[in-house]
Design a protein around this ligand. Structure first.
Ligand SMILES: [Cu+2]
Length: 69
């Protein structure tokens, strides 16, 4: 299992957290998504390392922006 942390901006409430969790959680191989609303930190657990572009697309689909690392 691989755990990666991403920074997402624009989330303001629990609904935003759910939207991001759902989209990122739908990426193949992802088994867990933890979102910290206060910091915008999203911790993703997956079977293998995720492609950054895939994560970016999922966050974008949810309506938010992935902050460049
Ligand atoms: Cu919200």
């Amino acid at each position: 299992m691989v755990t990666s942390t991403y920074q997402v901006k624009g989330m303001t409430c629990g609904h935003c957290v759910n939207a991001v969790s759902a989209e990122v959680g739908a990426i193949p191989g992802v088994s867990d998504v933890q979102v910290d609303l206060a910091s915008g930190q999203v911790t993703v657990t997956s079977e293998s390392p995720l492609d950054a572009g895939t994560v970016r697309a999922a966050v974008d689909e949810a309506g938010y922006d992935l902050v460049e690392a």
